[in-house]
Design a binder for this molecule. Structure first.
Ligand SMILES: Nc1ncnc2c1ncn2[C@@H]1O[C@H](COP(=O)(O)OP(=O)(O)OP(=O)(O)O)[C@@H](O)[C@H]1O
Ligand SMILES: [Mg+2]
Length: 316
């Protein structure tokens, strides 16, 4: 039996005047998925989020949340989602605590319950000392944390985060990653947009690349790495007799051998590494060093954007 997706875009397109912001987007998030949605500025990431959450009008295609049509069943569908938007949207006259309590109320939480949960989240996001401050008095990083608390106050099944770590310092970014990992462990389904590809590598199990409104890649990160990544391994050796070098190159075509180095490139040689090392050791070759390098997801991302760049931009 196929699993019912929690969030599903079916042939979704969106135009703003003459601008095609999204074209025929088909995308699925199953329960427990953590999808990293990436793409250059203006690719359509925020538009995709706005369409799912009622902030942009959906006229072409369908979006379903746990089977509910987001247009026809807006209230029930919206309740299942928590969103931390790219642009902070606080009521500037409420205190930090009241912002959270009202957000809970918006989703039908009783005031007491909402207040209790707000206090817990303020503690979790280290904002307790700002409880009576107004949002404009918060720093950029504190605003981001408040946005996240606001997104999860009603304990939604799906959490959508639009560039939640933009502008955060490195330490805070890593602390937020820890929190997102915990959300994932608790079974939440997460859609995250970001310009930090290493964030997707560290957190997500799936990646989707949007460019100019079109989905150009969507898959499990593991499969993307296996398909497009290169894995390299370099052994430094003291000496290598020419005869042995030739024999090794013949038996293992993925090896590039020079006087004092043996480089293995590709993605499917793991099972043969043991064999190669054994042959070196049996021939009395001393291995004096080793380096491993793997194509970062970022490189694969850039490779995928290249063909659709106007000439000149791609080469600059
Ligand atoms: N309300 C709007 N009215 C008109 N055009 C819009 C509107 N919202 C977005 N756009 C346009 O749609 C395109 C996609 O914008 P969107 O905000 O979805 O991009 P994004 O991928 O989120 O980019 P970024 O990484 O910069 O946040 C852009 O060209 C943008 O100018
Ligand atoms: Mg955006």
């Amino acid at each position: 039996m196929t699993e019912q997706p929690l969030l599903e875009y079916i042939n979704v397109s969106k135009k703003y005047g003459d601008l095609q912001a999204l074209s025929q987007l088909n995308l699925k998030l199953c329960p427990g998925d953590f999808l990293g949605l990436v793409g250059p500025n203006g690719a359509g990431k925020t538009t995709a989020i706005h369409l799912a959450t009622g902030l942009a009008k959906l006229r072409s295609g369908k979006i379903k949340i746990k089977g509910l049509d987001v247009v026809k069943n807006y209230t029930a569908a919206r309740r299942l989602v928590g969103v931390a938007p790219q642009e902070p949207n606080f009521d500037r006259f409420f205190s930090v605590l009241d912002c959270l309590i009202y957000q809970g109320g918006y989703f039908g939480m009783k005031r007491r319950e909402s207040r209790q949960r707000a206090l817990e989240l303020l503690d979790l996001f280290e904002l307790t000392d700002k409880i009576n401050s107004k949002p404009p008095e918060l720093s950029g990083g504190q605003k981001r944390r408040l946005l996240l608390a606001k997104a999860v106050i009603h304990n939604p099944e799906i959490v959508i985060l639009d560039e939640p770590t933009a502008g955060l310092d490195v330490e805070l970014r890593h602390r937020l990653w820890d929190y997102l990992k915990r959300l994932k462990e608790r079974g939440k389904t997460i859609l995250l947009t970001t310009h930090y590809i290493e964030e997707v590598e560290a957190l997500a199990n799936r990646v989707a690349i949007l460019n100019r409104g079109k989905l150009i890649l969507e898959d499990k990160i593991e499969d993307v790495m296996n398909r497009y990544g290169r894995y390299g391994c370099l052994f430094k050796v003291d000496r290598l007799p020419r005869e042995l070098a030739e024999k090794l190159e013949q038996d293992y075509p993925f090896l590039q051998i020079e006087n004092h180095s043996i480089r293995a490139c590709g993605h499917s040689f793991d099972s043969q590494i043991h064999e190669i090392l054994t042959r070196l050791l049996e021939n009395g070759i001393k291995i004096s060093g080793m380096q491993v390098d793997e194509t970062p997801l970022e490189e694969i991302f850039l490779e995928h954007l290249k063909p659709s760049m106007p000439t000149g931009e791609a080469n600059s």
